[in-house]
Design a protein around this ligand. Structure first.
Ligand code: AMP
Length: 383
């Protein structure tokens, strides 16, 4: 389907599988350019649905509903990669799916993803397939401790993973994760984590926003800062790896590569996300073309937009625990010049749930980082 170079122009309807904040920001970008958006997910009154023209509320396995959805749109993209392969396949009978189902198939399973990367000579955290306790014990002997055991499928934000500090922890660790195929990885003592969001158009043209530096709290992204404070040579290596990943996977759309930068200065790929990424949210306010508009341009076969960064920027996630002492003080954050507030329209602020984010723009990345943290602190201090 991706060999079809026909441009999908403003006025057309775009289908989005998934209905979270990534789809919401995509829909905002798409509507701004005169497109219509239909979103499909098992939920209702969703972050994407609140902004879309049509919100379809059906199971991903309801293939009749998937057919009807795909018949009504010019192209299907997604904001959530864990949709079943059959959903993407079924949609592809009626409209191009971009990126295509093979990209989903590879990236929604850690083992397939890592095997793919290693087969193409790309640097990936050392790993082993684990199917039973004996595999785990052998794996720990070979790879050493500490290590991380992760479920192979459907994991995100640290869900379904456990750190193993010593061989004695093998048995309890094995019992604590869902019994399915797993991956054992070396625990990387990194100096920092970085990401590159790449975009690839229908004719293979490539764009990126440079390297973004990420810090996590409880395995969930906390703050992203751009440009990353890393040597230029490492930054261009990260971009080249990202370009190669998009080419080898033949992506039409967006894909984010998350890396560990080791203390010896080597890049290791941690994981791939075949869609806009949380670390790229700052492009919404800081760049000529955001990651969301670029996803739209890529899947519609339009020229990719300039990724120029107007000012250094930082983004801080707003998780549900911020609401624990009552409604955050929005006015306090909005009072700070250079700070932008994004909320996703989610009603229930559960502790680890991503409810929104703040972006700060400043003369330097370090100042943007300070400002965004101060703005987030003001949400609770001034309450
Ligand atoms: P993931 O869901 O695999 O992206 O993991 C979420 C976060 O957990 C990562 O961004 C890291 O901060 C941490 N993490 C995951 N795997 C490893 C590893 N092998 N070594 C060190 N930290 C890790």
């Amino acid at each position: 389907m991706s060999q079809n170079f026909r441009q999908i122009l403003p006025g057309s309807t775009i289908g989005v599988l998934g209905s979270g904040q990534l789809g919401r920001m995509f829909a905002i970008a798409a509507r701004r350019m005169g497109y219509r958006v239909h979103t499909f997910s098992p939920e209702s009154d969703t972050p994407t649905g609140q902004v879309a023209d049509v919100e379809i509320n059906a199971s991903y396995q309801d293939l009749d509903a998937v057919r009807e959805f795909a018949r009504g749109v010019s192209v299907v993209t997604f904001e959530f990669e864990n949709v079943p392969a059959i959903t993407a396949q079924t949609a592809a009978e009626f409209a191009p799916v971009r990126p295509d189902g093979m990209v989903l198939h590879t990236t929604q399973h850690r083992l397939r993803e890592k095997t793919f990367l290693a087969a193409h000579g790309l640097p990936v955290t050392p790993f082993k397939k684990i199917q039973n306790l004996t595999d785990l014990q052998t794996g720990l002997k070979e790879m050493g401790c500490p290590a991380v055991l992760k479920t192979a499928g459907y994991g995100y934000d640290g869900k379904g993973q456990i750190r193993i500090a010593s061989p004695e922890e093998a048995e309890p660790a094995f019992g604590s994760v869902p019994q399915q195929e797993m991956v054992l990885e070396t625990f990387v003592d990194f100096q920092c984590e970085v990401s590159v969001v790449g975009a690839r158009g229908l004719r293979g043209n490539f764009a990126h926003w440079g390297v973004i530096e990420n810090s996590h709290r409880n395995h969930i992204l906390d703050v992203s800062v751009a440009p990353a404070n890393i040597p230029e040579g490492v930054a261009s290596q990260a971009v080249e790896i990202t370009r190669t990943v998009l080419e080898k996977l033949d992506v039409t759309g967006l894909l984010c590569v998350e890396f560990f930068l080791t203390r010896s200065g080597d890049l290791l790929i941690n994981e791939l996300a075949p869609r806009p990424h949380n670390s790229g949210h700052l492009t919404f306010d800081a760049c000529v073309t955001s990651q969301f508009e670029q996803q739209l341009r890529a899947v519609c076969g339009l020229p990719l937009g300039s990724t120029e960064m107007l000012r250094p920027a930082a983004m801080a996630n707003l998780l549900g625990m911020l609401w624990q002492g009552g409604e955050p003080n929005w006015a306090a954050a909005c009072a700070l010049p250079g700070v932008k507030l994004h909320l996703y329209g989610k009603l229930a602020p559960k502790p680890g749930r991503k409810m929104g984010h703040l972006t700060a723009l400043a003369e330097t990345a370090a100042k943007a980082s300070q400002l965004v943290r101060a703005a987030r602190a003001a949400l609770v201090d001034g309450r």
